[in-house]
Ligand binder design. Structure first.
Ligand SMILES: NC(=O)c1ccc[n+]([C@@H]2O[C@H](COP(=O)([O-])OP(=O)(O)OC[C@H]3O[C@@H](n4cnc5c(N)ncnc54)[C@H](OP(=O)(O)O)[C@@H]3O)[C@@H](O)[C@H]2O)c1
Length: 313
């Protein structure tokens, strides 16, 4: 019988990728979830993917989740830490804001009789750093959601994908050099040769989730990383120039320039312990996944982006 998948975050990067890949398999009925099913993003999904259903769900509203998960076999779940809905709560001292959303999602899925859930989690930086970096809330919250879901194994099967460092981050961290008003600068605090497991989130996530669903026994309760492999932090910058012909440079900014303690600790943790705590086994598994992982060069080719617009133009 065709299984029905509900996708949290279907209008976003990770969930959008999952929707795209699972739709392409032709094996699933799909319910794309959004807080705003009448919004433009939802309308676009309905046009792009004929036959899918779009429904309302808010991770802060358990009743909406229960309705959204009715008659669903599988849930893909992602929690977006970096948004006002969470930040406002964090600012008032509610450091569990992301965890609570994840717990709502797990509880509602169990109540609705969902059998399998793939959750986009991350390592605990606190554990990986032996307590040195304990304030990376968007790692800790996800890891606690993972623990909670795993603890419910008698009621729901939990699978965990961990996203690599988004290639898309390079677009967000780019600026035109104030010195020559021409060179594209990519500014991060990491040493330029820091090894990062990179992911083209929009393309790679869905392929890995499809693999997880096709290999439940292999993947149950384990971590499945989403990344084509390790690259130096500066490789995306070299690839940018190679593809666009535009001058670009990697700029190593001081940690102090980062806007929050959260991000400072995250980048310190990435520098010292790595995003995947040094794990490399996923690279061999990638060979079994029916997907060509995006390289930095291909990312820029596919994107067709030639840098931010200069503020002086
Ligand atoms: N940047 C990186 O390198 C990196 C690496 C690993 C992990 N991550 C993690 O990735 C996560 C973000 O994932 P993304 O990139 O896919 O985010 P995104 O593109 O911003 O999309 C967020 C999605 O979540 C949905 N959403 C947000 N709040 C919701 C709520 N309360 N209830 C229901 N749906 C909600 C949104 O749907 P609607 O707006 O339509 O409701 C949207 O589809 C972050 O938590 C981050 O920590 C990032």
């Amino acid at each position: 019988m065709t299984k029905t998948v509900a996708i949290i975050g279907a209008t976003g990067l990770q969930g959008g990728s999952v929707l795209n890949s699972l739709y392409d398999t032709g094996k699933y009925k799909i319910r794309a979830l959004t807080r705003n099913p009448k919004g433009e993003s939802a309308k676009l999904l309905l046009m792009k993917y004929p036959g899918i259903e779009v429904a309302a769900a808010d991770l802060d509203d358990t009743e909406s989740l229960r309705k959204a998960f009715k008659d669903i076999d599988i849930v893909f779940g992602v929690t977006q830490f970096f948004q006002k809905q969470i930040m406002d709560k964090i600012e008032t001292g509610n450091v569990d804001a992301e965890y609570n959303q994840g717990k709502n999602m797990v509880d509602a899925a169990i109540a609705a009789g969902v059998k399998d859930m793939v959750y986009s989690s991350l390592d605990s930086m606190k554990q990986n750093s032996n307590g040195k970096y304990s304030k990376v809330l968007h790692f800790e919250g996800k890891n606690r959601i993972q623990e909670y879901l795993a603890s419910k194994i008698d009621q729901i099967r939990g699978y965990f994908v961990y996203l690599g460092f988004y290639m898309e981050n390079y677009v967000d961290f780019a600026r035109i050099s104030p010195e020559d008003n021409k060179t594209v600068e990519f500014a991060f605090p990491l040493d330029p040769d820091t090894k990062l497991p990179l992911a083209d989130t929009a393309k790679d996530t869905g392929a890995v989730v499809a693999y997880v669903l096709d290999h439940p026994e292999e993947c149950l309760g384990t971590v499945v990383e989403v990344s084509g492999g390790y690259y130096e932090a500066q490789d995306m910058v070299k690839a940018f120039t190679e593809v666009t012909g535009k001058p670009a440079r990697y700029v190593q900014i001081p940690y102090e320039y980062l806007p929050s303690e959260e991000l400072k600790e995250m980048f310190h943790g990435l520098q010292e312990f790595g995003l995947f705590n040094g794990r490399t086994e996923f690279i061999a598994r990638n060979g079994k996944i029916n997907h060509t992982f995006t390289t930095p060069t291909e990312f820029w080719k596919n994107r067709g982006w030639t840098g931010p617009v200069s503020s002086k133009q």
